[in-house]
Ligand binder design. Structure first.
Ligand SMILES: Cc1cc2nc3c(=O)[nH]c(=O)nc-3n(C[C@H](O)[C@H](O)[C@H](O)COP(=O)(O)OP(=O)(O)OC[C@H]3O[C@@H](n4cnc5c(N)ncnc54)[C@H](O)[C@@H]3O)c2cc1C
Length: 446
């Protein structure tokens, strides 16, 4: 299998990449490998975000783990797909790995140094240490400035996307896999008989009291120094609301009005509503349950919700400082703005979550920006791949409350037939890698 060849340097066109983090570094690498000149702007070391400390490109700001490695996990599969597309971030991770069981963890200093050296040695990449305040809408540009994008550029992004579509905090409610729910306890209904779009988990008074007690004693995740809690009243963490009084949740996200449990013929004491998250109906979010509880505590407390005792949590809740745009309806499946096709977004700012996912979006933006620079058609990976599943999340206009997301199998089209749970990861991976190979042959081979 051959991937796109490098073009002779004389034919080079140029793109701009803003931000030399995981996404920007990968994007610059991918574009340069396709023979396109890259001007990569990085504001460090002249200016550091509150979380960045090192002058290197590709800095990991927190954990040194790139999570599970096995292909039977969604993030392991994503890494394998990236490796097959000659990812710089994956090459750096494999070259600098440290022992971490089934996870791929790295020596963070070596990892960032590897990425920096590779880009410095790449003749088509010019690294410019400068803060960029606004992109030039006429030049092919990738914005990859991350969750802590500097203020002037965030302001410019707000103008491009519309202020209402630019967020500075995420407010993430947990998501559960539909197949893990106990439908003997849960009933379908919308309030006041207006359809049956929601799944409702009904509580008796005793069940609510036990749930409330557990939530009040659960530990919260500590805030980073730059994360002053500036919560909007409409999107308070559920535990903050609960702390206002025993009955507060009954008038907020757990209100039972307009709902009748068909098993008792009565209105339950309290209800947690689950809303469908994707077209396939494989994922449901807990409506209004954005939370700062620690991950382990969330699983313990939320499994006290009737019907969620065995729930598989594909995403846990969180509230972070996180600059990102509401990408559905704004970004295309090629990662450029529908309204400003020369401007691409990549990384966490595009609405994915996590190191690997951010780098993956850098990879796709880099490939497409390079293609645009040489007047080739833009491309998007097949829906069955982990890369395609992330793009589907970013372009899913059916979602009611778009929030950044890690890759997970709930974002993939369902598998055909009934496959035992422990074999499903491998089945998703086999289907994805086959689709990826065909896509590479069809779209990327010269
Ligand atoms: C505090 C914190 C901890 C996190 N911990 C984890 C974790 O443990 N695991 C995980 O998987 N994910 C984590 N994330 C989420 C996310 O995966 C990382 O933030 C990831 O680095 C995002 O990659 P990125 O390329 O989008 O942005 P970044 O890696 O942040 O890169 C953006 C780059 O752009 C530069 N920049 C910003 N503005 C400008 C400008 N105007 N001009 C020029 N350069 C600019 C920055 O200096 C930076 O180098 C964390 C996020 C935060 C904020």
């Amino acid at each position: 299998m051959t991937t796109e060849n490098r073009k002779p340097k004389t034919e080079n066109r140029c793109i701009t990449v803003i931000g030399g983090g995981l996404a920007g570094s990968e994007a610059a690498w991918q574009a340069a490998r396709r023979g396109v000149r890259v001007r990569l702007f990085e504001m460090k070391p002249l200016k550091f975000s509150p979380a960045h400390q090192s002058p290197f490109l590709g800095e990991l700001v927190c954990s040194n783990s790139l999570r599970a490695e096995g292909r039977e996990s969604a993030v392991g599969l994503l890494k394998e797909e990236m490796r097959r597309l000659n990812s710089l971030i994956m090459a750096a991770a494999l070259a600098t790995r440290v022992p971490a069981g089934k996870a791929l963890a790295v020596d963070r200093g070596e990892f960032a140094a590897h990425i920096t050296r590779a880009l410095e040695a790449e003749p088509l990449v010019e690294i410019i240490r400068e803060e960029v305040a606004a992109p030039d809408p006429e030049a092919t540009t990738i914005i990859a400035t991350g969750p802590l994008t500097s203020e002037p550029l965030a302001e410019a992004l707000g103008k491009l996307s519309g202020q209402q579509n630019l967020h500075f905090y995420d407010a993430i409610a947990p998501i559960v896999a539909a197949e893990s729910l106990d439908m003997q306890k849960i009933f379908r209904a919308s309030r006041y008989g207006a359809g049956d779009d929601y799944l409702n988990c009904p509580f008796s008074e005793a069940e609510y009291a036990a749930f409330y007690e557990a939530m009040m004693h659960a530990e919260q995740a500590p805030l980073k120094p730059f994360e002053e809690p500036r919560y909007f009243e409409g999107c308070l963490p559920v535990e903050i609301m609960a702390a206002r009084g025993f009955r507060t949740l009954l008038f907020g996200p757990m209100k039972p009005v307009g709902l009748t449990d068909p098993k008792t013929g009565r209105q339950p004491f309290a209800v947690v509503q689950l809303r469908c998250e994707n077209r396939e109906g494989t994922l449901y979010n807990l409506v209004g349950f954005q939370t700062k509880l620690k991950y382990g505590e969330q699983e313990r407390v939320f499994r006290l919700i009737p019907g969620l005792e065995q729930a598989e949590f594909v995403r846990l809740g969180s509230i972070h400082r996180n600059t990102f745009i509401h990408s559905p309806g704004i970004l295309s499946a090629y990662l450029n703005f529908l309204q400003y096709p020369r401007i691409f977004l990549a990384g966490q700012i595009s609405g994915v979550e996590g190191y690997v996912e951010s780098a993956a979006m850098g990879m796709l933006a880099g490939i497409n920006a390079a293609r645009q620079a040489v007047s080739r058609s833009l491309i998007t990976p097949p829906r069955e791949t982990a890369l395609g599943a992330l793009i589907a999340h970013l372009t899913n206009t059916a979602t009611k409350d778009f929030q950044p997301m890690n890759v997970n199998f709930g974002l993939f089209p369902p598998l055909e037939g009934r496959i035992p749970k422990k074999l499903r990861g491998a089945a998703y991976a086999e289907r994805a890698l086959e689709a990826l190979a065909e896509w590479i042959d069809r779209e990327l081979a010269e």
